[in-house]
Design a protein around this ligand. Sequence first.
Ligand code: UT7
Length: 330
Amino acid sequence: MYASFKSIGAYVPPQRLTNKDLEKMVDTSDEWIKQRTGIEERRIASKEQSTSDLAYEAAKVAIERSGLANEEIDAIVCATISPDYFCMPSTACVVADKLGISHVTAFDISAACSGFVYALNIAKAFVESGIKKNVLIIGAEKLTPFVDYEERTTCILFGDGAGAAVIGTTDKKEESVIDVHTSSDGSFQDFLITPGCGSKNPCSQNVIDERLHFMKMKGNETFKVAVNTLTKDVKNILEKNSMTSEDIDFFIPHQANFRIIDAVGKKLSFPTEKVVLTVAKYGNTSAASIPMAINDWYESGKLKSGDLMLLDTFGGGLTWGSSISYFAQK
Ligand code: UT7
């Protein structure tokens, strides 16, 4: 039995935060943001919505499209760095409850923007070992509470959203998740970091006054490592599977910055029509970015059952990962 990418779903909150809106908040311009990042707007969850609400909406769609009943899901893995609650319960448990699924393996993973590919790796291992049959994997983020809207380099980048997929079984190689690679290098831990409110630097008035509870990024340094790592990772996974970029129908990278995607796409010789781009509409939604992009391409009619997807991601940790998988939604 192989693991199979049975369905995709996503949810984007309706409220938009445009570059023009940001011009009123920090010293920036629509032109600068577009030129340096390719981002035009991002979606913002409402005050009432938490990460589990976004995840629940995406999960409902993914389960419905898989043709399964909710109770046939036997594991839920939620990738997020913006969980509903700080220590517990996990967002996956809250989503399970919202879906009406009880007595199910449910847990969160923290791998920043690489979270969805990490979750896919876990699901593939669960399914192919026979431990689980149908794993719901989710990438969901309400990042905006952790964004410092006084810091122009980071606040222009991030948005909210969620994506989900059901990973089930198949006996056909041409419906399978062929390969998943995940990796990390903790020596770059300070490139993307939320310094405050963890056990190292517990929440206090001082932490809040110093704005240490917000995400910080060494943007320029991260940019360079991202381009090199993403490129190397794709080369490795293609080589390992005796494939070239010509075998791939769609290259679906993490949506952090158009310039990163463009540079990586060119280095790997992907023609522009094969490169999935949603960064202009949604900005960087961390773990949600890849499943949201897959869903966008599916709903626009470009991604079809049987297409071969190459996922490629990079984020805080530093973490990275890639996957070659058929899209097997019926
Ligand atoms: O999702 C996880 C992975 N994340 C990433 O891969 C993000 C990687 N990094 C990036 O996308 C880019 O580094 C940024 C978009 C964050 C920044 O772009 P950059 O081209 O690397 O700009 P920079 O940080 O080198 O700054 C260039 C200039 C600076 O001014 P000076 O020192 O040259 O006078 C900044 O102060 O641009 C200035 N700047 C801005 N200007 C207008 C920085 N942010 C802004 C802004 N508006 N929002």
